[in-house]
Design a protein around this ligand. Structure first.
Ligand code: APR
Length: 231
């Protein structure tokens, strides 16, 4: 195991058993809300309060959820292999951090941050944004959720891509592979010689077949996968 560089891409499925809704499963977030209304800059421009309320509600819900065994297993993997492990999450919840992951990139942003449209500051944020609070950095009242919407550039793409190109193993956990660039990372890793794995409730029809597929709930299959890696 020593020296093996692992990139783990996680999606909403890793947080499902913690009680955080996914997007595209039955009763997922995109069943109750139109993406164009709550996850695009145009939707925000059209009705900012509707968008702020959508993310305020999801931010508040974080207080009632806990990391599950899958999040904890990834933190254990990092504890054992250190900087050879990087978790790239599409999720905007804070469950990886709360489970102990440190080498972590939130490519779609974080519910627990706001972003100032005026000065670009990204302050940690707990409360609601719907009341147009002042930016702690510049004082203007142009804070929005620090979540990457459709049509916007995800965060830290260079760092992610160089890690994907350099890794020996790439695992996609709990993601439908519906959204790029995240959905293209498995094929990119494979093209550069990495062994690719998918851990998902149901095998997804990935554009490039994974070398290994483990099906089942993340809280069961991820700890087993980490045990196997560390054995
Ligand atoms: N264990 C493992 N996998 C699960 C579980 C579970 N308990 N429950 C659901 N899944 C899997 C589903 O099979 C599906 O493949 O998690 C995946 C959830 O897919 P999506 O809801 O599409 O979530 P995600 O892949 O993270 O979406 C990517 O789309 O809407 C945007 O920005 C949003 O980051 C999000 C991106």
């Amino acid at each position: 195991m020593d020296g093996m560089r692992i990139v783990v891409l996680t999606g909403a499925g890793i947080s499902a058993e913690s009680g955080v809704p996914t997007f595209r499963d039955a009763d997922g977030l995109w069943e109750g809300h139109r993406v164009e209304d709550v996850a695009t800059p145009e939707g925000f421009a059209r009705d900012p309060d509707r968008v702020q309320r959508f993310y305020d509600e999801r931010r508040r819900a974080l207080a009632a959820v806990e990391p599950n065994a899958a999040h904890r297993a990834l933190a254990r993997l990092e504890g054992a292999l250190g900087d050879d492990v990087l978790v790239v999450t599409q999720n905007v919840d804070d469950l990886h951090e709360r489970a102990g992951s440190v080498n972590l990139v939130h490519m779609h942003g974080e519910l627990r941050r706001a972003r100032c449209a005026a000065c670009g500051a990204r302050p940690a944020w707990e409360g609601d944004l719907v009341g147009r609070p002042a930016c702690p950095a510049c004082g203007r009242r142009e804070l929005r959720p620090d979540v990457v919407w459709f049509g916007e550039l995800p965060y830290e793409l260079d760092r992610i891509e160089s890690a994907v190109l350099a890794c020996d193993a790439f695992a996609a956990i709990g993601t439908s592979g519906a959204v790029y660039p995240a959905a293209g990372y498995a094929a990119l890793a494979a093209a550069f010689g990495a062994r690719t794995m998918e851990l998902n409730l149901l095998p997804t029809a990935a554009d490039v077949p994974f070398d290994e597929v483990r099906a089942g709930p993340a809280s069961v299959i991820v700890p087993r996968w980490v045990d196997d890696l560390l054995s």
